[in-house]
Design a protein around this ligand. Structure first.
Ligand SMILES: Cc1cc2nc3c(=O)[nH]c(=O)nc-3n(C[C@H](O)[C@H](O)[C@H](O)COP(=O)(O)OP(=O)(O)OC[C@H]3O[C@@H](n4cnc5c(N)ncnc54)[C@H](O)[C@@H]3O)c2cc1C
Length: 555
């Protein structure tokens, strides 16, 4: 970039402001960490006394990290540079407000923040990147752009896969998506067959086991790109089909025996059987360590008794990854959990009952939901349901490792869910632009109004920032780091999907509220993203803030 352009000056200002804000942020973590600790270690009860501050801290960190990624990218288009600066200006202002609240809550000297708020660089940045006239121009440019927004570097294989899946999503998934949603249908076999042929279920499974992940290294950006492409057409009937094999395959890779890897991974990779993940129970969702589904030893295996809930795709799936308490000593907490693979026939529809030869029973009933339709999420009841020893992940050595294996799986689920949020945002943004061009109000196309243009710019800026961060975290994960960042970007992208779909629906006016408009589906679908794969509060408090405070204690 030419160092004398206005964009270059704005980038310098944004970078300097982020440096200053990060210093104030560090002051907060340095003050908060000892309040949450005893003898240099974080203590859960003390962390709970400072939940609000920890939550704000996590949200502020997400904005700061995304803003940093948005302004520091090289070799990006002029449009992406302007979107990055618009996001950074907005994130800096909102982080400033959060840090001011935190400084008050923690009794810190707020003068450095007041100095930033009153500084010339902030005023200049806001004028250059977030002034209504600038945003309106940016929105108009976004509405007419043919280029990729939030473009990220991709190897040739990934960009070819993205293009192929985008075509598939548009030609095959999109035409079915509305009907599946409105009639609460099960994802049809024809779509599943095509997805199997496209290799959707084997993205995170190594080539040696029949998947497409190159031997010896993971390819998370590829998984994100495919997820994003499919979720753009349908979150529930396409993009989310990848989540289940992603979680199960990672759990098996992390703790399965060689025989289990050889037996299960090639099958999961080809989507036969389809799988589902059963962690949540009626009494325990976020609190995974307390799960209580009872596993009792019997000859040759285990008997399961109790209830699970929200098990998405449990009807159609042939194998369920079930987290059960295999040690009756509840004081063991998460160390009493194991992962069992429950095999069952595949069923269509919203209810099923499976009775084993020995009398064990599993019943399922789909919970009616406002969105995320196509796979159905089931209440499950296990009655003396037999699972052979061979189906305990890690077998004897896997007993008591259920929490660890679940978390290994969830790591993949979280970054994949960020990819899902990207797809929904992209769909919503495109729908909003299309509608704003078609719709005339007060004698002119909606897209010609300043307010619409500003909204489009802000939606695009948010989408592009999340996209840049998600792919960067994907690359980090492939080098063995980025665990906390996967939760961070999941949190930010899912929250952003709610904001972007809200604005997209609003731009549609009354039509946005009609079931026949795709944007109404995007909106109800987006709402679930911040709830599952780690609810927003859990990720903020237990992963992001905890990690930031641990780092502060080490300083
Ligand atoms: C459509 C859908 C599909 C799903 N699919 C699956 C699936 O396939 N498999 C599966 O196992 N689960 C699935 N889930 C369940 C999902 O993972 C849980 O809903 C989620 O983990 C939250 O658990 P909960 O619903 O029990 O909420 P709770 O844990 O009861 O939490 C309620 C609220 O309190 C907040 N909270 C939690 N802890 C704290 C705290 N310490 N302090 C303050 N606030 C807190 C939460 O963030 C949430 O906002 C699905 C859920 C939905 C809605």
């Amino acid at each position: 970039m030419n160092p004398f352009t206005p964009l270059a000056y704005a980038t310098v200002d944004a970078t300097a402001l982020l440096d200053r804000l990060e210093a104030c942020f560090d002051a907060v973590t340095s003050r908060l960490a000892p309040l949450c600790a005893r003898d240099g270690k974080l203590v859960p009860a003390r962390l709970d006394e400072h939940q609000w501050s920890s939550y704000q801290l996590a949200l502020a960190d997400a904005d700061l990290v995304a803003a940093r990624a948005a302004v520091s990218a090289d070799d990006i288009s002029d449009l992406d540079r302007r979107l990055g600066l618009a996001f950074a200006a907005d994130a800096i202002v909102s982080t400033l407000a959060k840090l001011q609240d935190l400084h008050v809550a923690l009794d810190l000297d707020s003068r450095p923040l007041h100095d930033i708020a009153a500084s010339d660089p902030l005023y200049r940045l806001r004028r250059a990147a977030a002034h209504p006239e600038v945003l309106a121009k940016l929105g108009a440019a976004v509405a007419n752009a043919t280029e990729e927004l939030g473009d990220v570097p991709m190897d040739e294989q990934t960009s070819m896969a993205r293009d192929a899946f985008r075509r598939f999503a548009e030609d095959v998934v999109e035409p079915m998506a509305a009907e599946i949603h409105r009639r609460d249908l099960t994802v049809p076999e024809s779509l599943l067959r095509s997805m199997r042929e496209m290799g959707v279920f084997g993205l995170s499974i190594p080539e040696d086991y029949g998947g497409s992940s190159p031997a010896g290294r993971e390819n998370t950006p590829m998984m994100i790109a495919v997820t994003e492409a499919l979720s753009e057409a349908s979150l529930a009937a396409a993009g989310s089909l990848i989540t289940r094999p992603e979680i199960l395959a990672r759990a098996i890779l992390a703790g399965g025996t060689d025989e289990q890897k050889a037996h299960w991974l090639p099958r999961i990779a080809v989507g036969d059987p389809l799988c589902a993940i059963s962690i949540t129970e009626p009494d325990y969702g976020s609190d995974v360590a307390s799960l209580s589904l009872k596993g009792t030893r019997t000859k040759g295996g285990w008997l399961l008794n109790g209830a699970k809930t929200w098990c998405t795709f449990a009807g159609k799936a042939g194998v369920l990854m079930v987290v059960a308490r295999t040690d009756p000593d509840r004081s063991l907490g998460h160390r009493g959990l194991s992962v069992l693979l429950v095999e069952k026939p595949s069923y269509e529809g919203h209810e099923f009952t499976f009775v084993q030869e020995g009398g064990g029973k599993l019943t399922g009933r789909a919970i009616p939901t406002i969105g995320y339709r196509g796979m159905h999420s089931f209440d499950l009841a296990f009655e003396n349901f037999f699972v052979p020893d061979a189906n305990v992940i890690g077998q004897e050595k896997g007993l008591g490792k259920g929490f660890y294996l679940t978390m290994a799986g969830m790591l993949g689920g979280r970054i994949q869910t960020a990819g899902r949020a990207l797809g929904v945002m992209r769909a919503a943004l495109k729908a909003a632009i299309r509608y704003a061009k078609d719709r005339r109000v007060f004698g002119a196309p909606l897209v010609d109004y300043q307010l619409t243009q500003v909204k489009i710019a802000q939606m695009a800026a948010r989408f592009a920032a999340c996209r840049r961060l998600a792919y960067a975290v994907g690359q980090q994960l492939d080098t063995g780091s980025g665990r906390m960042e996967a939760s961070l970007v999941k949190l930010l992208a899912c929250r952003s999907a709610e904001i972007v779909t809200r604005e997209a629906l609003q731009i549609h006016g009354g039509m946005g509220y009609a079931e026949e408009s795709a944007v109404s589906r995007y909106s109800v679908d987006a709402r679930v993203l911040s709830i599952f794969e780690g609810a927003e509060e859990t990720l903020a408090l237990k992963v992001v803030a905890r990690s930031l405070l641990e780092d502060a204690l080490k300083r």
